[in-house]
Design a protein around this ligand. Sequence first.
Ligand SMILES: [Fe+2]
Length: 510
Amino acid sequence: MTELMEFINDKGLLLSKDTITLLESNSEWKKILNQLIEEGHFIINIDLIEQKIQRTKLSGVVKEVEIKKTFFKAQAKDRPPNFRVMSEYDVSGQSNSKGTVGDFLKLFRNKFKLLSNMLRQRHNLTPVDLSYLKAVKKSDPVDVIGMVNKKWRTKNNHLGIEIEDLETKCIVLIMEKEKELLLKAEHILEDNVIAIKGVKFGEDFIIAKEIFWPDIPISAPRTITDEVYSGGTSDFHIGSNCFLEDATKKWIDYLNGKNLTAKQLDIVGKLQYLFVVGDNVSGVGVYPGQIDELTIVDIYKQYEAFEDIMLQIPEYIQVFICPGQHDAVRRAEPQPAISKEFMPRLDKLKNFHFISSPSWVETEGLKNLVYHGPSIHDLISSVSFLDMSKPQEGMVELLKQRDLMPRYGGRNPYVPEEKDYMAIKEVPDLVWIGDMHHNGYITYRGTTILNGGCWESQTDFQKKIGHVPTPGQFPIINLKTRKITEIYLMRDNLQKDVEAEVVGEENGQK
Ligand SMILES: [Fe+2]
């Protein structure tokens, strides 16, 4: 009797002749049979043996699968979070505006003082008050700072700009022949605070040679020493009939490390901060006829469904939620945080933070500006050089202007708070935006801007205006390298690295 037959008899196994022949040709027969016995088999057919042989051959893969199931150990779970909601820039509970003319005047004066001080810090500017213009000789160089009142084309195709400081006004002319300067001047909006380098031409009249915005300084992106990731997403629009439930479930699976490779697990385990940037629910009565496009018509039920999703996020991820125009807060900006009465279950959790829009959060010493983005929307609609598929470029404009309320009187309403929450008082390392339902990334002078798309498929309104959204694409950024990875939840977790376009370093203005 062969050793194999002795073993079979000893263990009391039942095998067909074919199975015995197959085992005889395999030097690992004892190991295979022992494993099958351990798994509770005693009637052993050829299929079982073949499966076992196959799995032994692919032992590397099998091991990896086991690692996924058994040993998913997120770095973020053991790593203490390091963050601070910068409450000094959060309007929640601080709104005291009555919306009087006096409140608006005060807001504009404050904005002028703040942004003109930023401009005064430029080494290449020696600005004088507009009232001092009278004392400057005709044709002498002069620098001034003012808030833009209006902009127009003259009969001779020059560009006229009226600017104003706290005392008086003057006219700035950009000559038709100054093609490059005219291109730059397209970016000037009413209510912008700008500096002009030029020559005096008349009593209250300057010919411009250069234009400056407050801008952010040129600097390299600030990074941290640990591999830690932050992610951003927005525009769930829970309650909308276009809400993409399946993709959202896949997103939750991703965050929980389900069905991921070891490499993917390593990355998602380092995700420690998540920004959820508004339009969390679709709201009720936000626009005429909206009721026909809702699957949940009760605002409380919409938030309940939103909570059901958020509650599945691992507890070690710090989640910051701000409102958008569809949320249950005032539509005018700055928007306070969504009241906890709408999300009582999340409110009880330590890792959920309700913040205003705009707001600022420091994570690992890096400053995050979090803003849903209606001003960007307004801006894109009012100029020809921006479009809705690149919201990040609109945000670059606002960074240059250092103002999230660049133009008052557009479609977007603002509340004149005593403190100017819309001015960009600090230089953010990262900016998280939403609203446009379109992913987009850019690094401008060391600041990385991310738009995390949406979870709503193309709406009838978007079809009408020809806007194609990018739902189900979740970006995360490595704070050590600033490398961005996009997770495609509409396409089986396909994951790819994306480059944020780098701009703004070409002209060293500062
Ligand atoms: Fe939205």
